[in-house]
Design a protein around this ligand. Structure first.
Ligand code: TXA
Ligand code: MG
Length: 329
């Protein structure tokens, strides 16, 4: 029998989570984006446990979570008055919420967290349970997504149990995640805001506060590896209309809206991301739908490509990496 993590709930669960974190151990925690695997950012042993549980290379830095913008000075060094203004503007507009900023790291923050780089990724999470844990612990928490390295991100407590249950002592159940998609990562550069990973805060939203651009060269972060978020089953993206396509194998279908019955009956399994065609709803359902299709013993998953506007950019980014990872993993 495989070991499983204890599922913590409510106020008692928060107190237990804090006690475990204080000992330098790790706990699965809900955020508004995806579940994170959290450890005290100031205990290097906790960071080591995170890397070990995920099977994540030590070269891949962790995001540090705060309950409020006032804690920024515990983990970062603001570089200039101009940057101070930009951070304040973005923080006022998007925190607490699904935006991660890359800033200069505070010298006291352990190097393991930032993989030896001079910068640190930080965000103020909006999830009430995560916030309570942070405040009670009174220390920032490092938390990457609570999945095995390269696999599908977890959006429910059950997903965390399946991904990491045998590697972690406990997880706090906060129900399904609101956004279902990891935070937007932004580096503040002289030229403007560089989006290192698209997410729930869209390019359009960021554009109100400055010039926004995507990385010009290769970005050396795993979220930007071509193969990530991958199912075990081969995933193929269909760029054109699926109406006339007859799958050659026992296939699962991932689509935005409910397909015509004559299309649906060609597939052994079907997942509809949003019957009304709403991209935010589709993003929230994406990882769960992919996980379910991956578990229903089809030979291949066919996925319809979505409109690349707003959060659709983030969903297509994950879908492409998932497809690449499924074929090249
Ligand atoms: O929504 C989220 O961001 C979730 C929840 C749990 O907060 N966290 C998350 O963490 O997605 P993770 O570790 O799965 O993805 C973080 C990404 C990685 O691709 C990592 O390489 C990048 O952020 N990253 C971390 N620190 C960085 C830094 N200093 N510079 C550039 N990229 C960094
Ligand atoms: Mg991740």
């Amino acid at each position: 029998m495989s070991v499983s993590a204890r599922i913590l709930k409510g106020d008692q669960g928060i107190a237990e989570a804090v006690a475990i974190l204080r000992r330098g151990e790790v706990v699965g925690l809900p955020t508004e984006t995806v579940y994170g695997l959290a450890g005290d950012a100031f205990q290097p042993m906790a960071a080591a446990r995170i890397f070990e549980a995920k099977g994540r290379p030590l070269t891949d830095p962790l995001i540090v979570h705060l309950p409020e913008v006032g804690w920024l000075e515990r983990v970062t060094r603001i570089e200039s008055p101009e940057q101070q203004i930009q951070v304040k503007q973005l923080a006022t507009a998007f925190w607490p919420g699904p935006l991660t900023l890359i800033l200069q790291k505070h010298p006291d923050l352990p190097d393991l967290i930032t993989a030896g780089t001079a910068s640190v990724a930080v965000r103020v999470t909006a999830h009430p349970l995560f916030q309570k844990v942070l405040r009670e612990l009174d220390s920032p928490l490092a938390a990457p997504s609570a999945n095995r390295f390269g696999k599908i991100s977890p959006t429910t407590a059950e997903d965390v149990q399946i991904e990491l249950g045998d590697m972690i002592p406990a997880l706090l159940d906060g129900g399904a995640c609101e956004h279902g998609m990891e935070s937007t990562i932004v580096a503040i550069k002289e030229e403007g805001f560089e989006i290192l990973r698209p997410g729930p805060i869209t390019k359009e939203q960021l554009s109100e506060y400055g010039h926004v651009f995507h990385p010009s060269g290769i970005v050396n972060t795993p979220g930007s590896l071509p193969g990530h978020y991958a199912p075990k089953t081969e995933l193929h993206i269909f760029e054109t209309d699926i109406k006339s396509y007859i799958p050659p194998l026992k296939a699962g279908l991932l689509v935005l809206r409910t397909p015509d019955p004559e299309v649906a009956e060609r597939y052994a399994a079907l997942e509809v991301l949003s019957p009304s065609g709403d991209l935010r709803e589709a993003a929230a359902n994406f990882y769960g739908a992919l996980r379910r299709l991956d578990n229903c013993k089809v030979d291949i998953i066919i996925s319809e490509s979505l409109r690349e506007e707003g959060i659709g950019v983030a969903v297509m980014d994950r879908m492409r990496r998932a497809a690449y990872g499924s074929l090249n993993g």
